[in-house]
Design a protein around this ligand. Structure first.
Ligand code: ADP
Ligand code: MG
Length: 653
């Protein structure tokens, strides 16, 4: 057999039975079609024409028999080779045009070339050529859904021929057209034949059948009439089938594939804009909650820990309860207790702090009767050692000494913020000039110094500390001791403090080390963090479920599009990739947006609570990756379903 005599199509005793159908759709059918022939297949509905075409187009497997396509036995060919043969050697035209209405005319025509991974420029050129040949050049930029029925079918032909296939398979291509448009389609088919293509057209239309060189009639899956082969077209050449992968795995072609995939996913998302937007929002809310939970637990934990971190290693607080001034009045007893504590091993210093209830303190600047500043100023008294013990400097440095000396009279050391509230200028380097004074509960009190509280003493941020005689008559006072220990000894010292201070009733003294606070801090941060985390995980799950549902519904509604893509040679893995990529994109965009929402949420909460927001630099990364992973995971199943769709079946619908 010389090479020229290899038929384009050679079927030998092909049968195809469907489960649940006693009659086979094709029954021991044998047929040869030479390269360059134009064949019409006719027959009543249900006679097996479409089944034959699906077998010819490698969309379906025969139950038995053999099929040589350009001399190559195709039934035994691997799925990936069949995809390649469809992409490169076969052009399909269906009764329904299966045009993607929301895409442009150009991108519809270029669809098959994309599967061939032709470069973008060549693709556009080939698609434009095909569009031109089909007389659609004037509509090239239009959205495909604006085309008329006849134009759509011509576009479907352009799509089929743009790839330069050796065989055109058309299943009732004029079934939906009027006679004028049918005639146009027929003339295009004839033109294709004249360029050497082998054409098999299934038709009910006598006009179309008459235009072919050879007519074959099918009944009950068997050939009942064959007008016989015509003279072979002298132009037709039998070129080898493209079954091997194009070994073009260069960086450039991989990039092109990635760009194609991304472009497809983006246009698919854009076409279903509202659905995509809602999905993005669902992911954004879930991820936003998660990001906020991370940022807020960092913020709260930072908030509490900055207040105690300085004190953590070397401080013990002793609560003496609401002493109602009694202990304070018995100053000797207080001093005695403090002396005994300072004699304990590992103790560096001890001081008392008496905080006056705000209702008992009226602090004004110029006269005892003027109204107090807007911001509440707290009033406290302490021993001079207090500033040393908590490690706060005063301006001037020795101002705190005056707190102890009875001879200095009524004096006050004022925090910078409190001074500002009271309208005192604190800019002088040497401290307050002589003569600056305050009115406290009707007494004139000399201001002798300023101080700036630090994280250890946040309660003194806006406060006035006065010598004990200023508050002598006040009952409502919360009295506490601060014990400064050597580093690492707070817990040892705290055990000894109650006995040292009050040997007779150590139980009346409650001691708090910073370790206790640390526990509290961890608990608070954990509780809040856990709550928001659980909530946002639930939200993310909901987002994933809605994404999976939406994607599943989309897959169902895109059945024929998927089938078409498969028919023109898209592999299962390409279809799988496209849907996965959509999930990835929706999830990633939602994740980024969620990162922004979570950050904003944290800023708002922090601002309204007076916290310093802590935004870990990884927040955006967390948002993006949680969104991306969830998006991908939720689309795995729908993507798998899409990739499993049977093209032969789906194309019928
Ligand atoms: P035609 O295209 O000539 O109208 P078909 O090839 O579509 O006919 O169908 C031939 C026969 O095979 C019909 O009886 C049809 O019901 C049956 N058939 C086709 N596809 C399937 C299928 N997927 N499952 C079961 N029966 C099928
Ligand atoms: Mg049919």
């Amino acid at each position: 057999m010389s090479e020229e005599l290899i038929p384009a199509i050679h079927l030998e005793s092909i049968s195809r039975s469907f489960p649940g159908n006693d009659q086979p759709a094709l029954h021991k059918l044998s047929l040869k079609i030479e390269a360059g022939e134009f064949v019409a297949i006719i027959g009543p509905s249900g006679s097996g024409k479409s089944t034959l075409m699906n077998v010819l187009g490698l969309l379906d497997h025969p139950s038995s028999g053999k099929y040589w396509l350009f001399g190559q036995e195709s039934t035994a060919t691997a799925e990936s080779s069949r995809n390649r043969i469809r992409a490169h050697s076969i052009g399909f035209i269906f009764q329904a045009s299966h045009i993607l209405g929301d895409d442009s005319v150009l991108s519809n025509a270029a669809m098959g070339l994309r599967t061939q991974s032709v470069s973008m420029n060549d693709r556009t050129q080939a698609a434009l050529d095909a569009i031109d040949r089909l007389g659609l050049a004037h509509r090239v930029g239009a959205t495909a859904k604006t085309l008329s029925g006849g134009e759509r079918q011509r576009l479907a032909i352009a799509r089929a021929v743009a790839t330069g296939p050796q065989i055109i398979l058309a299943d009732e291509p004029t079934g939906n057209l009027d006679s004028v448009n049918s005639a146009k389609v027929v003339s295009h088919l004839r033109m294709l034949k004249s360029t050497g293509s082998t054409i098999v057209v299934i038709t009910h239309d006598p006009q179309v059948a008459a235009a072919a060189d050879r007519q074959i009639e099918i009944l009950d899956g068997q050939i009942v009439y064959d007008s016989g082969g015509s003279a072979r077209n002298s132009h037709s050449l039998v070129s080898p089938l493209q079954t091997e992968p194009l070994h073009d795995r260069s960086m450039r072609s991989l990039l092109r594939i990635a760009a194609d995939d991304a472009g497809d996913a983006i246009s698919s998302l854009a076409i279903r804009g509202l659905r995509s937007l809602l999905l993005v929002l669902a992911f954004a809310i879930g991820v936003g909650g998660l990001v906020a939970s991370v940022a807020l637990s960092e913020t709260t934990s930072n908030q509490v820990s900055s207040a105690i971190k300085g004190a953590a290693l070397d401080e013990v607080k002793v609560n003496l309860g609401d002493a109602e001034g009694q202990l304070f009045d018995q100053r000797e007893q207080l001093d005695l207790g403090m002396d005994r504590i300072s004699d304990l091993p590992h103790v560096r210093g001890v001081a008392f702090l008496g905080e006056i209830s705000p209702t008992e303190a009226k602090i004004t600047r110029l006269s005892p009767t003027e109204t107090e500043p807007d911001r509440a100023i707290s009033l406290a008294t302490s021993s001079s050692s207090y500033f040393d013990v908590v490690g706060i400097d005063t301006t001037p440095l020795r101002a705190s000494v005056l707190l102890d000396g009875g001879k200095s009279g009524s004096i006050a050391i004022v925090s910078k913020e409190a001074a500002e509230e009271l309208g005192i200028d604190t800019s002088g380097v040497g401290g307050p000039p002589a003569g600056i004074s305050l009115w406290i509960n009707g007494q004139l009190v000399q201001v002798v110094g300023y101080f700036s509280p630090d994280d250890r003493t946040p309660e003194l941020q806006v406060s006035v500390i006065v010598s004990p005689e200023v508050v002598a008559g006040i009952d409502q006072m919360r009295l506490s001791l601060v014990v400064r220990t050597e580093e690492g000894f707070p817990s040892t010292v705290s055990k000894a403090v109650p006995f040292a201070f009050s040997p007779a009733s150590p139980g009346s003294v409650s001691v708090q080390t910073v370790a206790d606070l640390q526990d509290l801090r961890v608990n608070v941060a954990n509780d809040l963090g856990t709550f928001i985390a659980v909530l946002s995980i639930v939200l993310i799950l909901l987002a994933a479920i809605s994404a999976a549902t939406a994607m599943y519904l989309t897959v169902q509604s895109r059945s024929s599009e998927i089938a078409l893509r498969r028919a023109i040679g898209a592999s299962r893995s390409l279809i799988f990739r496209l849907f996965l990529l959509e999930g990835l994109m929706v999830g990633s965009i939602g994740g980024l947006l969620g990162g922004a929402i979570g950050t904003l949420f944290t800023l708002v909460i922090s601002a309204s609570s007076g916290w310093t927001p802590v935004l870990p630099p990884t927040l955006t990364g967390i948002g993006l990756s949680v969104g991306a992973v969830t998006g991908v995971v939720s689309s795995i199943y729908p993507a798998w379903l899409a990739s499993r769709k049977d093209p032969a079946n789906a194309i019928r619908s």
